[in-house]
Design a protein around this ligand. Structure first.
Ligand SMILES: Nc1ncnc2c1ncn2[C@@H]1O[C@H](COP(=O)(O)OP(=O)(O)OP(=O)(O)O)[C@@H](O)[C@H]1O
Length: 744
């Protein structure tokens, strides 16, 4: 207060009165009816000035709020996080509405006193008219009212530049009176200057710096404090800088996106950072692992090893080609080492400590080979294979002469040995660990009975491990046949994640059955052109259709081999080994190669006809893109097999357009097909009919299946469909079905 009002109009004037008022008092004259000795008019003018100042202050605050809104708008458009948090906070006015309200206020009649020299032609157009201006504002006079009305009409983003309300404020550092004004800026409009006000939103970003005043108001034009704006805010102040800021922010987002993708890829990558030598594995095994080039664990190995080592039962799911074999072989070796160092081994002569069951002979040989690699420096531990296709007596002799602690077997042959009392049952009494590789397949109808019988002959006190790339729900239930109730479930694929390798490009072709052979030939030719080091597996629906495809491709002068269950074991082993080592080779195969087979660098997998189920599709496809490498898979189906796509709809398959097959190629195929023995074709017809008849969705329509089979028979160049044995026809439910011929 400048003074205390005393009853009767007398005032005790304090020395902190503004000097102009003290002057008025000292001048004397006129009625002293107002505090400070000012007359009525002086009092009125003083109050008007104070009201104007107050209004200017309020206006300044609104301008700052507007600035803050622009900044927050930019931030919210750049950052989705900010956007969501902004949405959650209280927002009284949208930026557009705020500008509009501000503009309305400016345009109101009687608002002239809110305008200053730079604002427009209402008052003096030039700021230089002020006698006390220390620095000329070298901008064009502008009509602020016009601009503001444009803003309010066009809205927030109507201008080609970013509007920026800045003020030039003249601050009297003594009495804190402010006389703020809009400053003219470069690019024709607003002056870039600072303000000394305290918007809460800007304050958090603003620091302090001493600068000289740009406008002057006589003695009020003194050095004043300017809020120094940090770089990030300053960047946003001018249009070009804001563009730069936006560019920078976008780049930052792009970079973080790339980073995220990279992280995703890393996650998808098969190997982890965990080293074998830091996991408590026997040093001799680590040595063998190092010489095989294994330094870091794969994800499935890292996830399952500690559980397996603890002795817990486990059901483990991991994508194809991610190192499941080593994931169970390493704990198996540790189990043997532990058992050999303990006393338990003495109770049973030549005990088998670990039994590994798998569905095919080739897979058993492959697992044995991998075990031998890991056992390179463990001279005392032996591993043996027990599979069909070898004479029983030979097996027996080998088992006796070369006792082993790890046995890899297919269920059928092992059961033969158990039932024939070859001595293996006794040796299995020392069993500590049972492993089921491709567990879902082994617990499937085809193998389940054998597996159950085998499990019945094994000691109950054992550890059981089940591994597969696919574990359907039913299998999880059935797994209780083998696993303890309190087993662990390890899933490195993840719920809802794609079950196939990410780097394998998957597609499908729908074409009439009759054109399938031509299409396979066409796709192979195209692939060979694109991938000189090609290595292709063509899966067919049955062994005999595999044989027919092989003969046809061989007639077409392609470098091709065949493998299926009708071939002698020695031949199968030779072909399997050859394909493992080779490049520029095509392997036509039945499902004997679909699971577990580790043929390195397969470039393409073609599946001709639908696989028996979704799981088999995944396993066949999994022969390519192993160890996180790239690969390609094509599924070729007939229009009536299209329903199968629903079973794999969650997998990333793309539909391919039907390629044009040149008539010459078509003729060549027909010509080659004509050269193939009728026996092969008839066998192919029978096995084709047997396969599709066994598929529920197709096989239940007997008339349809007979028709489709006849079309297949025609497409492979048979004069008429081969006849079935009566017994077979009855078994298949095809007796008396039109189109099915019965042998007399
Ligand atoms: N830790 C490791 N470091 C490097 N390579 C590894 C490692 N573990 C396994 N491999 C290699 O990864 C390849 C695939 O392994 P494996 O055959 O065990 O896969 P899988 O998961 O059993 O596949 P599938 O489901 O088809 O049976 C093999 O060549 C194997 O040598």
């Amino acid at each position: 207060m400048w003074g205390r009002i005393i009853r009767g109009g007398r005032v005790a004037v304090s020395e902190d009165l503004p000097c102009n008022l003290r002057l008025i008092r000292n001048m004397g004259g006129g009625p002293r009816t107002f505090p400070g000795g000012v007359n009525k008019w002086q009092w009125k003018r003083m109050h008007e000035k104070r009201a104007r100042d107050k209004q200017n202050r309020l206006l300044q605050q609104e301008k700052q709020l507007y600035e803050a809104r622009i900044r927050s708008h930019i931030r919210s458009t750049l950052s989705p996080d900010h956007q969501s948090s902004a949405a959650a906070t209280h927002r009284p006015l949208s930026p557009h509405n705020h500008v509009k309200a501000l503009a309305d206020r400016f345009m109101k009649d009687g608002a002239q006193d809110l305008w200053n020299n730079q604002d427009g032609p209402l008052t003096s157009p030039s700021p230089s008219t002020s006698p006390t201006t220390t620095r000329k504002i070298n901008t064009l006079p502008l009509d602020l009212r016009k601009i503001v009305s444009q803003i309010s009409k066009r809205g927030f983003s109507g201008f080609g530049y970013t509007r920026d309300y800045r003020s030039v404020s003249e601050v009297n550092t003594n009495n804190n009176n402010t006389n703020k004004r809009f400053g003219a800026k470069k690019r024709g409009f607003w002056r870039d200057d600072s303000d000394g006000s305290s918007s809460s939103e800007s304050e958090c970003e603003i620091g302090c710096e001493r600068v000289s005043s740009v406008a002057s108001l006589g003695k009020f034009d003194v050095k004043r404090e300017r809020r120094a704006v940090p770089k990030s805010v300053e960047e946003g102040r001018e249009f070009s800088e804001q563009v730069e800021l936006i560019k920078y922010e976008l780049n930052k987002r792009k970079l973080s996106q790339i980073q995220e993708e990279k992280e995703g890829e890393e996650q998808q990558s098969v190997l982890t950072q965990t080293r074998f030598d830091e996991c408590g594995i026997s040093p001799l095994t680590v040595k063998a692992l190092s010489s095989a080039g294994y330094i870091h664990m794969t994800r499935v190995q890292e996830a399952s090893f500690p559980i397996c080592l603890e002795g817990m039962d486990a059901l483990v799911k991991a994508k194809t080609g991610t190192g499941k074999s080593a994931a169970f072989l390493l704990p198996a070796i540790e189990t043997v080492l532990k058992a050999m160092s303990g006393n338990t081994s003495h109770r049973v002569p030549h005990p088998i400590f670990v039994l590994i069951l798998c569905p095919t002979r080739e897979l058993a040989s492959q697992i044995t080979a991998e075990a031998k690699v890991l056992l390179k420096y463990h001279d005392a531990i032996g591993v043996q294979t027990l599979v069909g296709g070898v004479r029983f007596k030979v097996d027996q002799k080998r088992l006796e002469s070369d006792p082993c602690q790890i046995l890899v077997a297919t269920p059928g042959r092992l059961l033969d040995h158990i039932e024939n009392k070859s001595g293996i049952s006794l040796r299995l009494m020392g069993l500590q660990m049972l492993v089921l590789d491709e567990a879902d397949h082994l617990l499937d109808l085809g193998f389940r009975k054998d597996v159950e019988k085998i499990v019945d002959c094994l000691p109950r006190q054992r550890q059981s491990l089940l591994f597969s790339a696919t574990i359907p729900k039913e299998v999880r239930r059935i797994s209780q046949l083998v696993l303890k109730r309190e087993h662990k479930y390890v899933d490195t694929v993840g719920m809802g994640c794609v079950e196939t390798p990410v780097k394998v490009k998957q597609s499908y072709l729908i074409a009439p059955q009759e054109s399938h052979f031509q299409l396979v030939h066409h796709v192979l030719k195209e692939h060979i052109l694109q991938a000189p080091d090609y290595k292709v597996i063509v899966f067919c629906v049955s062994g005999m259709v595999t044989s027919l495809m092989f003969h046809l491709l061989r007639e077409m002068k392609m470098n091709v081999r065949e493998i299926h269950s009708r071939k002698p074991q020695l031949y199968r082993t030779r072909i399997s080994d050859e394909f493992r080592e080779s490049k520029q080779l095509i392997l036509v195969s039945s499902d004997v190669s679909s699971r577990g087979m580790n043929y390195p660098d397969v470039t393409l997998v073609i599946q001709v006809g639908i696989p028996p189920d979704r799981e088999q599709y995944i396993h066949r496809l999994g022969r390519t893109g192993r160890e996180g490498k790239e690969g390609e898979g094509i599924l070729l189906i007939s229009p009536w097999e299209e329903y199968f796509l629903a079973e794999i709809k969650d997998l990333p398959l793309q539909k391919l357009p039907l390629p044009d097959i040149d008539p010459q190629g078509k003729l060549k195929i027909e010509h080659s097909m004509a050269k193939i023995d009728n026996d092969i074709k008839e066998a192919a017809y029978h096995s084709w009919l047997g396969y599709y008849n066994s598929i529920r969705e197709i096989g239940r329509e007997k008339t349809t299946i007979a028709e489709l089979a006849n079309r297949f028979s025609e497409s492979i160049g048979l004069q008429r469909p081969p006849a079935l044995f009566r017994k077979t026809a009855i078994k298949m439910g095809l007796k008396d079905i039109p189109g099915i011929r019965i042998r007399r």
